[in-house]
Design a protein around this ligand. Sequence first.
Ligand SMILES: [Zn+2]
Length: 323
Amino acid sequence: MIRWVDFSAVKRTVSLEAVLRHYQIPGLRRHRDQLQGCCPIHRGGRTDSFRVHLVKNVFHCFACQAHGNVLDFVAAMEQCSIREAALRLQHWFEVNASGSRLYAAPAGEQNQELVRKEEGSNLPLRFALTGVERNHPYLAQRGIDPATADEFGVGLYPGPGLMSGRIVIPIRNRHGQLVAYAGRALDDRPPKYKLPAGFHKVLELFNLQRAVAAGAKIVIVVEGYFDCMWVHQAGFPCVVALMGSCLSAAQESDLRRHFEGVVLMLDGDAVGRAASEAIAVRLLGWRSVQVIRVPDGSQPDQLSPSAIRKLLAELVARTKRPW
Ligand SMILES: [Zn+2]
């Protein structure tokens, strides 16, 4: 089904300020008609690298050089195409796109359901990348051992195309069907990750099928692919990754469908802490919602396996919950 998108309507009606609020980006300081703070795109520590011009409705990061309008910002945050960014903004802010019947329904639950149906699901891929090198030094450098690389199917893809020269990470849906590859750059030059344009990452939880098969009632939720593989390798196979720091409606319903509780183990930076808080509030009332405070400035895949075990053991001791 064709989904209409009115780029100029989105740019005209949605302010960057509202988008920053949507992402709950913390620590931005206002100075006249500008905001400045840490860049939420490359997540650097410099508190003055990211600038937003409120009147011009544009942003610029002096560290990673990301810049542009609301569409560019959302595309960078979600690692999606400009078109997909526009669709998401239309959805979040209920922009009345001309010619669109999608937004004719009144706002609220009913409308959201309509949009969700429109988004459908990610179709299984009809191919698998071949020649993926599992023994690449990058994986060793990130602490991923060959058995884990094999289990997750990750490695360097030397062939041509979008994923050329990147570490490819297969993403499977809840039925275990391959729906996309994420491609990680070997260095930190943006884009750090590439995803195929038609792929909706908000519809999947990375590693869901293995986490469900692990059979635990409580699932550990992390942000990134490598955090997920690392926690798995540390001996906790019931772990999923958000592929970002937002919990989408589809991801939330998958968590509720398969598990009785969550342990949030997001990054130990401002974005991760704020996201953790926002998600915990959203899941309030669920049987068990625990937050692990990852040490400042680190993310789960930078902790030693014993540090991960210790954090989780402390949690069990604190809450008296059988793991
Ligand atoms: Zn940046």
